[in-house]
Design a protein around this ligand. Sequence first.
Ligand SMILES: [Zn+2]
Length: 188
Amino acid sequence: MNDLQEEQYKLIKKIDLLNNSKELNKVNIISILLFIMFIFITIIIFFLITNKNISFTFHILDSIIFLILLVVIFIIHELIHGLFFKIFKKEARIKFGYSKGMLYASNPEGIYSKKQFIIISLAPFIINTSLLIILMIINFHPAIMLMIMGIHFSGCAGDFYFVYLISKYHSSIYVRDTNIGIDILEKD
Ligand SMILES: [Zn+2]
């Protein structure tokens, strides 16, 4: 980023997910809570629909489909982040990586409006969940799709946490993507 751009923005808050273990722990706790919530809701819905307990029979082939699709869904997740980083900023140079148990897509130093950053954060959750629901409806290994949906939902904890943090600020703020998290900025 050049000096001119730097001068236009004032840093309000720096959020470090990579080195700040307190922030990282929060995300992990949210992730676990989301997973428990998902299982709980799923059991209730199943019970209401079928009036029976849930039973899964799992074959080797199911495990293979499960593992492959799980990896694919998380790769798609990061690609969707990357795609939206690019849609909102044509010159964006997207970086994909893996750190501390998390896959990530980032556009280091890219600055986005609050609304844009919320869309970038939530798009993978919305698109992937819709995709998995469609696969369930067409009866493509519905039990596996459901499990992947739950794991993916809890994997979106970091995205939800960013949206939660951003939502506390006025709509005129900007969000800068950094290598370690995000910066909340204000235009001077
Ligand atoms: Zn994400």
